[in-house]
Design a protein around this ligand. Sequence first.
Ligand code: SAM
Length: 326
Amino acid sequence: MIDTHGRKIDYLRISVTDRCNLRCRYCMPEEGIENEGHSRMLSLEQIYRLVKIASQTGISNVRLTGGEPLIRRNIVTLVDKIASLPGINDVSMTTNGILFPKMGEDLKQAGLNRVNISLDTLNENKYRYITRRGELGDAIAAVHKALEMDMQPVKINVVMIKGFNDDEILDFAELAYNLPVHIRFIEFMPIGDLDFHTADKCLSIGAVREIIQQKYEFIEGAQVQGHGPAKYVKMVGGQGSLGFISAMSDHFCGSCNRIRMTADGKLRGCLYSYQEIDLRLALYNDCSDEQLRNLFVKAILMKPAQHHMLEGWGAENRRKMYQIGG
Ligand code: SAM
């Protein structure tokens, strides 16, 4: 479906849970997390029904995220059911990877095409610091498992945080030089009002590119399968690629193709908008498929022209990334 700004909306990101086995400092507070109780979360059957209905409005690509999608019970069954829907061409997932080595084979068999693994540092101590509880070896094992299973393309999400991992930019580039992985450098966004969020931590993609170009020659315009906003380059002689996601310094809202569904069934046209449509309430009220379809249409039509994240540092009472689904 085409929205009011002429954008084709065919991509649905679904948060299947707001719970996580890590506590990344820029995403979730350490304590006091009010996880949605099980009764407030959509059931897998409800998610499946909603995706089926969304596919009738032109949604053909689905990404499962969270929270951590791999801790949602029966996630493999959900992947299987969504991947079997006739209108759905691509099912992918964003994960911290901790449970991926155990679950990867089943997920692939169920129809998961690709994974993005979040990995913000290649240093063990820094990994423990930023995730508050994770072990770097587990995330690295996930990357190797995905490669071993030939889940191409294997993407690695790196949120760039000044003073934390800006000294590792070349290490990440080297990883993509030596392995067929696609490293995506993501600008830090002010999603949720966490103490960790300050504008001075945001490093522009332009600065990241400059650092890498001092060592590697780029081949611009590399094509990597996906439906997102990253602009990819290859490095001459390298195996993988580098992706740049400039949500803050050079937003790509004009070509945004996505809507989002939170774990508690709220439909959003934009990561940063307050506007939400309550699908869970609609399900509770026994809405018909047609009524639900109309709510997807409404969400697409009210998708804003662009985000306003530049004004977002210090903004209060916003939903955090783990609640919306990153
Ligand atoms: N638990 C999964 C994971 O770790 O990939 C999925 C959920 S996580 C919220 C999805 C993505 O959002 C991760 O790659 C994470 O780094 C990113 N993210 C979270 N907060 C962010 C922020 N403030 N700015 C930019 N990216 C962020």
